[in-house]
Every structure is written in structure tokens, then in C-alpha cells.
Design a protein around this ligand. Structure first.
Ligand code: F6P
Length: 375
């Protein structure tokens, strides 16, 4: 008999509910009890926020986006902002309290479903003695040591569908449409959706871009009687000699800056430099919503089931990962070391260049060299 607690932390991603669904079923089948902590670690601080999960509570949720437990990317328990009576904000460490309550509630294991931020917190709890197993999620696909995170495929499908729809309106008005997509410092969503959605230009955080190259591509389209263009810009893309576009830290307790604004800037530059009618849009949280694709659903279900098998084998402070086509247990510490970036020798980069997509650099020189390893 074991007692398991699940939490979902960070930005939501389609597939979270599928992980909860399978964990509840696989644990119940083994005669174990499952609880869910609402909004990250709230359940460890307030008993009303800790919910018992039975198969009837999760019926059908594998197909629904979001998380029935709620999620948050504010309030790291190791440095949590708390307002005192005088209205001043103080940073306090509430991790001991959470660990004490975890032990008092007699849990055997905490399955933490999250991205790099939540997994780093989970790893710190593991170092303090909490038996933890991680499940990687993020639409950004930027976690090391797993080939994929769930949520990414759904986000890419949403972005691709949006690009498909933009072609007809861009063409009707002879316009340049600039679409900003999510992904933080990694360009996975931009690259996959841009190639699949027929973009003329894709700007990635991994390749600092030069507006001259972008405008040359638009001019080249005109020359070839194509009077509209689609430009996909990753929110973390950076102009050559420029810096990341951000909107500050946002809400209290949020550790990362809110990225955004590069798409509007690129659109403005294109309009000024080419004289073309240009519009920009930010896909934003649309990419996090909706039902998980079959790929994400299946990956999330496999991750959750593998996590329960890891509980059984007591493989703690590890994260379940997709390695090749199978499930693997990898140290959480390895997953959170660095953000997974696009390797410029990736064949998808070469594919984009072969199609003639501008990646914001001087493709003939850098690109072919990098992509093929030879000129
Ligand atoms: O990490 C997932 C993500 O959707 C990023 O792509 C994006 O930059 C960020 O979260 C947005 O965060 P929030 O929901 O707090 O605005």
C-alpha cells in the first residue's frame, strides 16, 4: 500500500490531465491511494487544497486541455514572496514546512509534473529527502534529456493551423503577416510550425537575425510574383546586435520575465524598409489551450504510467523521459542543467533552407555549412 501525491506546476500544457488520469488508474490498480495538490504546492500548505483522486474523478479527462489540479508559475517554495502586515514583500523559504506536511500526511512519493522551473524545485525537495519523481511537460520542448515533452505537438498543430489560415488573407491583400509564437529561448515551436505552415521567414532564438536578410527574402518573393509573405517569429528571437524583447517580470513571485514584442517590432521594420502593408499577431496562450493531439495524449499517458512503475522500483529524484522510441528514467538534475536549443545541424534547419525559407542569417554561407557540415 502506497500513498502518492501529484502536483502540476508552471505554465499548463495539453496532456497534463492525461498524466493525472493514468497515474490515478495505475495506482488504484495497485491498491495505492492518490492525492492531488492544487496549484502546485498549495495542498501541502492547506489541507483543503489537497484532494483525494479516484478513477471516477478523472473519467474522460485525458482528452481535455489544462489541469484539473490547477497550476502556477509563481511562488517558488524556496524563495516565496510574502506580504507582511506593513505591506512589505519579504522573500521566505517555506520548503521545510512543505516537507514536514508531506511527511505528516504520510506520502510515499510526490510525482511532480512540470517544466524546468517546477522540476528544479522538485529536485531541491528530493535533495531535502522527499521521494520525488518528475514528469516533463512544456509546450516549449526545451527540456534536456527527453526527446519530447508533451504539449509541444499540440502547440505546433495550433500554430500550423493558424499559419494555414493566414495565407489566404495575406494573399488577398498582398500583405506581410508576422506571427509571434511562444517557446521562450528555444525556437522549436517556430521552426516546426513555420516549416509545416509554409512560412517564408522563420526567426529563431538560436540564430540572431538581420532585418536586411528578412527584407531581401520579401523582395525576392515580389520579384518572383509572390506578393505576400508569412513571417514566423519565436518570442525569444533576437536581432543581430540587439536584445531579447520582454515585458518585465509580470506578477509578484514570477521568476522569469514575460517575453513578447519582437513580432510587432519585426512587422514595423518590414513596413518601414519595404513599404509593404504589414500586420502582426501574437498567437499567445492559444498555443497552450485545447485538447491534446493524439501524439501528446499518448506520450502523456506513457509518461504517467512509466512514472508509476518508477515509484514501484523506487527510482527517486529521476524524471521519466522519451529516449528514442522508449521510456527511460533520467536524473532530474540532468534535465534542468540547460535549456534544450535547436542544434543548427538538425536536418529540419537544412530542410527549411532547402525550401528557401529565410532564417534571418546569411543562409548560403552559415546555413549550408552548418547544416551539411560541408559547403
Ligand atoms: O513555458 C511555457 C510558456 O507558454 C512560454 O512559451 C511562454 O513564454 C510562457 O509560458 C508564458 O507564461 P505565462 O502563462 O505566465 O504568460
Amino acid at each position: 500500500m502506497k500513498k502518492i501525491v501529484i502536483s502540476t506546476g508552471g505554465g499548463d500544457a495539453p496532456g497534463l490531465n492525461a498524466v493525472i488520469y493514468v497515474i490515478v488508474h495505475a495506482c488504484t490498480k495497485r491498491g495505492w491511494e492518490v492525492y492531488g495538490s492544487r496549484s502546485g504546492y498549495n495542498g501541502f500548505l492547506d489541507i483543503d487544497e489537497m484532494v483525494r483522486l479516484m478513477p471516477r474523478d478523472v473519467a474522460g479527462i485525458y482528452a481535455i486541455g489544462g489541469t484539473i489540479l490547477g497550476s502556477t508559475n509563481k511562488g517558488n517554495p524556496f524563495s516565496c514572496p510574502v506580504e507582511n502586515l506593513a505591506g512589505e514583500v519579504q522573500i521566505v523559504d517555506i520548503s521545510d514546512k512543505i516537507l514536514r506536511n508531506f511527511n505528516r500526511m504520510k506520502f510515499d512519493c510526490h510525482i511532480a509534473i512540470g517544466g524546468d522551473g517546477s522540476l528544479e524545485i522538485a529536485h531541491r525537495f528530493a535533495q531535502k529527502g522527499m521521494p520525488v519523481i518528475g514528469v516533463p511537460k512544456t509546450i516549449d520542448n526545451d527540456l534536456e534529456v527527453t526527446d519530447r515533452t508533451f504539449g509541444f505537438d499540440t502547440a505546433v498543430s495550433t500554430a500550423t493551423e493558424a499559419l494555414d489560415k493566414l495565407h489566404s488573407t495575406a494573399k488577398s491583400h498582398d500583405r506581410v503577416m508576422v506571427v509571434e509564437v511562444m517557446g521562450r529561448e528555444s525556437g522549436w515551436i517556430a521552426l516546426y510550425s513555420g516549416i509545416s505552415g509554409g512560412a517564408d521567414v522563420i526567426l529563431l532564438p538560436e540564430i540572431p537575425f538581420d532585418m536586411e536578410n528578412v527584407c531581401d527574402k520579401i523582395a525576392d518573393n515580389e520579384l518572383h510574383d509572390k506578393h505576400y509573405s508569412i513571417v514566423v517569429v519565436a518570442e525569444g528571437a533576437v536581432p543581430k546586435d540587439g536584445k531579447v524583447f520582454d515585458k518585465g517580470h509580470g506578477e509578484l513571485g514570477r521568476e522569469e520575465v514575460v517575453l513578447g514584442g519582437v513580432g510587432a517590432w519585426v512587422a514595423d521594420e518590414i513596413r518601414k524598409r519595404t513599404g509593404k502593408d504589414t500586420r502582426s499577431l501574437t498567437l499567445g496562450h492559444l498555443q497552450r489551450g485545447g485538447s491534446p493531439t493524439t501524439f501528446d495524449r499518448l506520450l502523456a499517458l506513457r509518461f504517467g504510467a512509466a512514472a508509476v512503475r518508477m515509484v514501484e522500483e523506487e527510482i527517486f529524484d529521476h524524471m521519466v523521459a522519451l529516449v528514442g522510441s522508449g521510456m527511460a528514467a533520467v536524473p532530474i538534475a540532468d534535465a534542468i542543467k540547460n535549456r534544450k536549443k535547436i542544434d543548427l545541424t538538425n536536418d529540419k534547419i537544412a530542410t527549411a533552407r532547402d525550401i528557401g525559407i529565410c532564417l534571418g542569417d546569411n543562409s548560403e554561407v552559415d546555413g549550408i555549412l552548418l547544416a551539411g557540415g560541408k559547403k
